[in-house]
Design a protein around this ligand. Structure first.
Ligand code: ATP
Length: 237
């Protein structure tokens, strides 16, 4: 029986974009992952909140994976009231039967460079492999110098399968796009064609998600009380 190798693509996804999807695809191809799950994070109330609510961020992730073979969007971090920490999510996956060596946490070089500040560091390094994917301006080759204490764990995707969780370094030509750029372009009424899947673009525009700089409140849902929004909901103007 073929072993399942689960890629976990975690992030705020405010919104999900082609850079995220290409990073996931690059990790899937480089490491022979069988499945990818996009895990939308739930930020603690005391941290700056995302601009779109968790409901909209999850909706966009679900739209983005639609039709992608063996990709799923997960609400595992949204279905608990406590703030999301990757460490807790990994423990829930272990409880569900996943071995640490069958899990691959997919992450950009910029985010992995901050790993020492994560909850349960360094124990978290034993709970999953990390699949670190380059991002324009952040080649993976910078990581051994940035994190010298972890250099011995860093290996190339083609290396013999390690018995303990490792840090795989994957160079891939992911597009130069960020969620910040997309939000700014929306606020300036500029096109986001080619930066996000077309269904995600449609969802953003239809719900006017980033047309202002208002952030979501922790328990946010759409405000349908104003005439403007209610009118938009009913197709009026
Ligand atoms: P923001 O601009 O709001 O900071 P972001 O575009 O960096 O957002 P996140 O949701 O914070 O997106 O990122 C989730 C993960 O995806 C992180 O590990 C990040 O490094 C990675 N990532 C984001 N964009 C790219 C990209 N263009 N190429 C490769 N990895 C990326």
């Amino acid at each position: 029986m073929k072993t399942r190798r689960l890629g976990i693509l975690g992030g705020t996804f405010d919104p999900i974009h082609d850079g995220h999807l290409e990073a996931g695809q690059a990790a899937k191809a480089a490491l022979g992952l069988t499945d990818i799950v996009v895990v939308v994070s739930n930020l603690p109330p005391h941290r700056p909140q995302p601009f779109a609510s968790s409901h909209h961020r999850f909706a966009m992730a679900a739209i983005a994976v639609a039709g992608r073979d063996r990709w799923r969007a997960s609400d595992i971090e949204l279905s608990v009231v406590t703030p999301s920490f990757t460490s807790n999510t990994l423990q829930r996956l272990h409880t569900g039967g996943w071995a640490p060596t069958d899990l691959f946490f997919i992450i950009g070089t910029d985010a992995f460079a901050e790993i020492e500040s994560w909850k349960d560091y360094p124990a978290i390094l034993t709970r999953t492999h990390f699949a670190v994917v380059s991002r324009p301006g952040f080649p993976v080759s910078t990581l051994p110098a940035r994190l010298p204490g972890l250099a011995a764990r860093m290996i190339a995707p083609g290396a013999p399968a390690p018995v303990a969780p490792a840090v795989f370094l994957i160079d891939a030509p992911t597009p130069d796009v960020s969620a910040t750029t997309i939000r700014s372009r929306c606020a300036a009424a500029q096109s986001i064609d080619g930066l996000v899947p077309s269904g995600v673009r449609q969802h953003i525009l239809q719900h006017a998600l980033y047309s202002s700089s208002k952030r979501a409140s922790p328990d946010a849902s759409d405000d349908v009380s104003s005439r403007t929004t209610a009118g938009r909901l009913h197709g009026q103007d």
